[in-house]
Design a protein around this ligand. Sequence first.
Ligand SMILES: [Fe+2]
Ligand SMILES: [Fe+2]
Length: 301
Amino acid sequence: MNGEHARGRLVLQLSDPHFGTEQPAVVEALQRLVAKLVPDLVVLSGDITQRATAAQFEAASRFTSGLNAPVLVVPGNHDIPLLNLGLRMLAPYARHRRAFGAELEPSYETPELLVLGVNTTRAWRHKDGEVSAAQVERVAQRLRGAASGQLRIVVTHQPVAVTLERDQANLLHGAGAAVRSWSEAGADLILGGHIHLPYVLALHELTPGLARRIWAVQAGTALSSRVRHEAPNSVNLIRCEPQGQARCTVERWDWVAAARSFMAVSRHELRLERPPAHGSQPLPIGGYPGTPGQVVQGWFR
Ligand SMILES: [Fe+2]
Ligand SMILES: [Fe+2]
C-alpha cells in the first residue's frame, strides 16, 4: 500500500460562495487552505454567484481554475438570472455552462469515491429546489452500480434535512422520496448548502424505515459576506478512509478573522453502512471510535 492510498482521499466541500459578495481576505485564506490540504476533489454545492452575472461567473471561474484540484460544480438558485426574465426562461444556465461546462449534473469516480451531482434548481421557482422522480432514479441507478470500496456522495443545493423550524421552507421538494431511494441504493452522504448553516445529521435516525445509515452534510457559505449571524464562513473537509474502512470523517473549517485563516473547529466521525470485512469484528454499537455524529470541539489538525 503506497502512502497516498493509506492517507485515504480528501473531498473539500465549498458552498454558496456567492461571487459578487465574496470577501477578498477570505478568498485568499481559502486559496491557501486548498494549497495546504491538496484535496482530491473540490465540490461546489451551488450559489456560486450572487446574481448570475457574466462578471460574477468569470470571477468564480478564475477562482476554481486556480485551485489546482478537480472541481465538481452544481448550480444553486442564485446561479439563474433573477431579474432578466428572458434569460431566466430561455437560457437559465447559459452563463453557468460558459463558466463550468455544459454538464449540470457532473459526476466524479475513482476506486475510492463516487460523487454524483444533482441539479435541484428550477427556473420557474424563485429559490425553492426540487428533485424529480427521474433524477432520483438516475442517481439511484449509479449508486446501485457502486464498487464496495467507494464512499458514495450525492450533491444537491437545497438541504434534504434541516435543524431549525424557520428552515423548513428551504427543504428540497422531493427530499423524502430521494433520501429513501438513495439510502436503499447505497448512498453514504448527501451534501447540500443554500441556508448558510453547517451541520451533520443522521438521516437514518430522523427518518423512520430507512434501512441503511445515511448522513446529511450541510456547508455554510465559503466566501460570502451573507453569513448567518450564528455561523461564520466555513467549508467542510471529508476524509474518506482507505478502502474497506466503514467510516469517514467530516471536519468543519471556519474562517477565523483574528487569524486571517480557516481553522478546523469540529469533527464528526461518521459510521458507514458496510458489511464487516472477512475475519474482522463488526464495529461496536455506538460507532468508531466514539459516538457516530459526535462533534469533537476544539479539534485541530
Ligand atoms: Fe446561498
Ligand atoms: Fe441557494
